[in-house]
Design a protein around this ligand. Structure first.
Ligand code: COA
Length: 576
């Protein structure tokens, strides 16, 4: 079928639906359209058999849905209506939610039902839920709907109770620090993650609070800041405390939007002296990554290390998958410490959600000298990738539990094996941010997929499904598990790999190959060549990168993820 995707943004769900439909042989043009008239033009241009809107805020014009079958993906079960469905589900703490594919009609979310798929709601932020459980269910529902349409079925009218609810406003998201328990505060914070955040007062200013994780030990006067760790602040609730990783200053109407930043960076100059908690429970004194407390442990850290016999697992979860200079350095410290442990397999990643999206564009944008910070960040990223590439005394496995992009994909490729959840979408390119790229991609990508495909992937800048990544050799194994089961499956598989015969000869062969390659074409030469190109881009104030980064961070226009190149505008066809 020729299926036109229309979306308000080329976001994770739109990309996922695109790659899944494309993998099944459909022709799938994508149009990023902010309003109804643009939808009309796009439909006239593409003459589709079917229109699917995975993520659309604008209404589809009547003349479009009367002339074409148009399916809307609604992030709620049948009967649920309104713009804040998922926010409300998380804030109310529901155990199960759903996603429904409806036929577009006059009233929003009121059309006939083509498919509806339920999913369990774990204790995670809304955006994580959206990129994982919801995306998995949405893809199942879209594929089911397409199948039903192809076989001539008819949709079912909505018959049950209707719950139409308006947008969740900041007043309904407000936290009462003196009264609200940790559980309530976490539900409110998670429902507002990653947008719009929870508006609040802190240290004499107004902020949007982004993200929330439980703390198990610290206590204090409700509302008080108690400690910092890894850029996050810990704040007391009525009966405990929560970690808040990111803040965005409220600038008010008519003023440019502030960057969402690691909390301690956003509060720099205002923070009172607080204890900086390095690690909740070190497994070994020299280890900079906290021991993973397992399912029962509650305190938060962005980097964790745990061991299962011959397997070490170094997992990390940075908000938005972005890795600042500081985050890269802390992860490198933890990686170096993990290399001192007596393991034969070291897993990098393995958590649900984003693996990595490369350098931290927000921290760069907020820096006094963005070019200098870009340079520091890419070098810190390269140091980390280099450490992985030069590990010759054990096997390293990258375990991608969610999506990865740009330098984040290249970080994964530095490992000996790349395992990837079946639902992951990879963007192995830099072009949409106007960058040449680094992270040793000129070495790793052609080695994985061959020079011709490496050139195509970086030039075309398309998202790639896990299945397609496997068939082109970008990843070595696809892990067909849900987001909640991924970590356990990775541990099992890593143990299996470590216990298989032949691991020591394989490590020895890897060491020999590393030495051979260094004598022919040293890694340093790849780094130097890539960084020379990056330096020119960073140092050129008129380079597209600076404009695209600003637009991406400040959400001025969806420039970085809508069009087919750095010079395209905010909306239009996506070259996919
Ligand atoms: N730096 C800073 N923030 C980043 C980021 C980065 N490299 N990558 C993603 N984010 C943020 C997004 O701004 C968004 O923030 P929000 O929660 O405030 O809205 C959040 O992470 C989630 O990302 P989003 O874009 O909504 O996720 P997605 O799954 O829909 O799209 C990508 C994923 C990778 C396509 C998109 O985020 C992207 O293009 N990122 C930039 C990749 C890049 O160019 N990196 C730099 C070169 S190494």
């Amino acid at each position: 079928m020729r299926i036109l995707l229309i979306a308000g943004s080329f976001n994770s769900l739109t990309q996922r639906v695109l790659v899944e439909l494309r993998d099944r042989g459909h022709t799938v043009p994508v149009e990023v359209t902010p309003d109804g008239s643009a939808i009309r033009d796009a439909v006239a241009r593409h003459a589709p058999d079917l229109i699917v809107a995975p993520m659309l805020k604008a209404a589809v014009p009547r003349d479009v849905w009367t002339a074409h079958r148009c399916l809307i993906v609604h992030p709620g079960p049948v009967g649920d209506r309104g713009p804040s469905s998922l926010d409300r589900a998380v804030q109310e703490g529901v155990a199960e939610w759903g996603v429904t594919v409806l036929q577009a009609e006059e009233e929003m979310d009121a059309g006939d039902v083509w498919a509806s798929v339920p999913f369990g709601v774990p204790d995670v932020g809304k955006s994580d839920l959206y990129r994982n459980e919801l995306s998995d269910a949405a893809v199942t529902a879209v594929l089911l709907a397409v199948e039903r349409i192809a076989s001539g079925d008819a949709p079912q009218p909505q018959t049950g109770a209707v719950h139409a609810r308006p947008a969740l406003r900041q007043e309904q998201r407000a936290i009462s620090w003196g009264d609200d328990t940790t559980e309530t505060v976490l539900r409110i914070l998670r429902a507002a993650d990653s947008q719009p955040g929870v508006r609040d007062h802190l240290l004499g200013a107004e902020w949007f609070l982004h993200g929330g994780h439980p703390e198990d030990g610290l206590r204090g006067r409700p509302g008080e800041l108690l400690a910092t760790r890894a850029g996050a602040v810990c704040r007391a609730t009525a009966d405990g405390a929560v970690w808040i990783p990111e803040l965005r200053a409220r600038t008010g109407p008519g003023r440019p939007r502030a960057c969402k930043l690691p909390a301690t960076l956003a509060l720099a100059g205002r923070l009172p002296k607080l204890p900086e908690l390095p690690v909740p429970a070190d497994p070994a004194p020299a280890d900079p990554a906290p021991a993973d407390p397992g399912p029962g442990g509650r305190t938060w850290s962005d980097i964790r290390y745990r061991e299962h016999g011959p397997v070490g697992i170094l997992s990390f979860a940075f908000p938005g998958g972005a890795m600042s200079t500081d985050q890269c350095r802390r992860l490198l410290d933890a990686y170096d410490a993990a290399r001192t442990r007596p393991t034969s397999v070291l897993v990098l990643g393995g958590r649900r959600d984003f693996f990595s999206n490369g350098i931290h564009l927000n921290v760069i944008e907020a820096a006094a000298d963005p070019a200098a910070e870009s340079w520091a960040n890419i070098n810190a990223m390269n140091d980390l990738v280099e450490a992985v590439l030069t590990t010759t005394d054990r096997l390293v496995v990258s375990a991608i539990g969610g999506n990865a992009a740009a330098g984040g994909v290249m970080l994964a490729l530095a490992a000996d094996e790349v395992w990837c959840r079946s639902a992951s979408v990879l963007n192995p390119h830099y072009r949409r941010m106007g960058l040449y790229g680094s992270e040793y991609w000129t070495y790793t990508l052609p080695r994985k997929v061959g020079p011709a495909l490496a050139a195509r992937l970086t030039e075309e800048a398309r998202p790639v499904s896990a299945a397609a990544a496997l068939s082109m050799g970008l990843v070595d194994r696809v892990v067909d598990r849900g987001p909640g089961d991924f970590a356990d499956e990775i541990t099992r598989s890593a143990l299996h790999l470590a216990s298989r015969g032949g691991i020591q000869p394989r490590i020895a062969a890897k060491k020999a190959e590393h030495e051979r390659r260094e004598s022919v074409a040293p890694l340093a030469a790849y780094r130097e060549q890539e960084l020379a190109r990056m330096r020119r881009i960073f140092d050129d104030p008129s380079a597209a990168y600076h404009r695209l980064r600003r637009a991406f961070v400040r959400k001025e226009a969806n420039a970085a993820r809508s069009p087919d190149g750095p010079d395209a505008g905010a909306a239009g066809p996506v070259d996919c």
